[in-house]
Design a protein around this ligand. Structure first.
Ligand SMILES: [Zn+2]
Length: 250
C-alpha cells in the first residue's frame, strides 16, 4: 500500500468513525433515558412487577369504566409503541396494541378527533390506560438519576388511572403521522409543549393538537407535547387490570 493510499484509508476510517459516533450521540442517549435491558432481565422484571401490589388508596373515587377508544370512533388510528420494540425499553411491554380510557375521557378524545377532521387531520393514539405493574417495570428499569422521566409507582401515574392519553396527529389525505418538533417519547427540550425550535409547520401542528385537546378539557404535560391529562384524573383509582380482561364492546 502506498503512503497516499494509507492516508486515504485513514481518512475514510476516521470519517466512518465520526459518523458512527455522531449517530450514536443523536440516537439512544438523548432519545431514551435508559440503556436497553437484556431479555432475561426484562422478563424477571415483568415477573416481579406482576407480584408487586399497587398502593392502597383511600377516599372517594368514581367507578372505573375503561372503554376501548377506537370502539367509539373507528377513524382513530393506533400506534401503540409499548406493544412493539420501538419504545424506551426496546421490547414489547404490552401484549396487545390497544388503547383504553375512562369513558368521559374517551368520549372527549372522539370529539377532539372530529374537530380536527375539519382541518384535514385525525388523532393517532400511542398510549392510554396503563396497568400499574407496567409503571412499576418502567421505574425499576430506569436508573435512579433518570427517574424524573418515569412515574413513581408509589403514587401511580395518570395513565394508571385511565385518565392520560399520549397522541399525535395524522394527515387524513396521506395517512402519515404529522411531523412535530420532537418524536414521541423523546426525552429532550424539543419535547416541551412551548419549545420554540423546529419548523413553523411542526410548531403549528403541535399547537393545533393542543388547541383541540384543551377545548375538550385536557391539559398538556409540561415536558411532553404528546401527553394529555383529563380534567378529573384525581377522581379515578389506580388500575392494574390487563387489557385482555377489559371489555371489547362499547
Ligand atoms: Zn403519557
Amino acid at each position: 500500500m502506498t503512503l497516499r493510499a494509507l492516508h486515504a484509508l485513514r481518512a475514510a476510517l476516521a470519517a466512518g468513525l465520526l459518523a458512527t459516533l455522531l449517530s450514536a450521540c443523536a440516537g439512544s442517549p438523548s432519545r431514551y433515558p435508559v440503556p436497553a435491558l437484556p431479555a432475561s432481565k426484562l422478563e424477571q422484571l415483568r415477573a416481579d412487577a406482576l407480584l408487586a401490589v399497587p398502593p392502597d388508596e383511600t377516599g372517594e373515587f368514581l367507578d372505573t369504566d375503561l372503554v376501548e377508544v377506537v370502539s367509539l370512533d373507528p377513524s382513530l388510528r393506533l400506534d401503540v409503541r409499548y406493544a412493539g420494540a420501538d419504545n424506551f425499553l426496546r421490547a414489547p411491554i404490552y401484549p396487545e396494541a390497544r388503547v383504553f380510557l375512562q369513558r368521559p375521557a374517551a368520549e372527549a378524545v372522539v370529539r377532539a378527533n372530529r374537530a380536527l377532521q375539519a382541518h384535514g387531520y385525525g388523532l393517532l393514539l400511542f398510549d392510554g390506560y396503563r396497568p400499574w405493574y407496567v409503571t412499576w417495570m418502567f421505574w425499576e428499569a430506569t436508573p435512579a438519576q433518570k427517574r424524573n422521566f418515569v412515574a413513581d409507582p408509589a403514587t401511580g401515574s395518570r395513565h394508571n388511572r385511565g385518565c392520560a392519553i399520549d397522541l399525535t396527529l395524522f394527515d387524513r389525505k396521506t395517512g402519515l403521522e404529522v411531523p412535530m418538533p420532537s418524536g414521541y417519547d423523546e426525552f429532550s427540550e424539543r419535547a416541551h409543549p412551548n419549545y420554540s425550535g423546529g419548523t413553523a409547520e411542526q410548531r403549528a401542528a403541535r399547537d393545533l393538537l393542543r388547541t383541540a385537546m384543551e377545548a375538550e378539557g385536557f391539559t398538556v404535560n409540561d415536558d411532553e407535547w404528546w401527553h394529555y391529562d383529563c380534567r378529573d384524573w384525581r377522581k379515578y383509582r389506580i388500575g392494574n387490570a390487563f387489557f385482555k380482561d377489559l371489555a371489547r364492546t362499547r
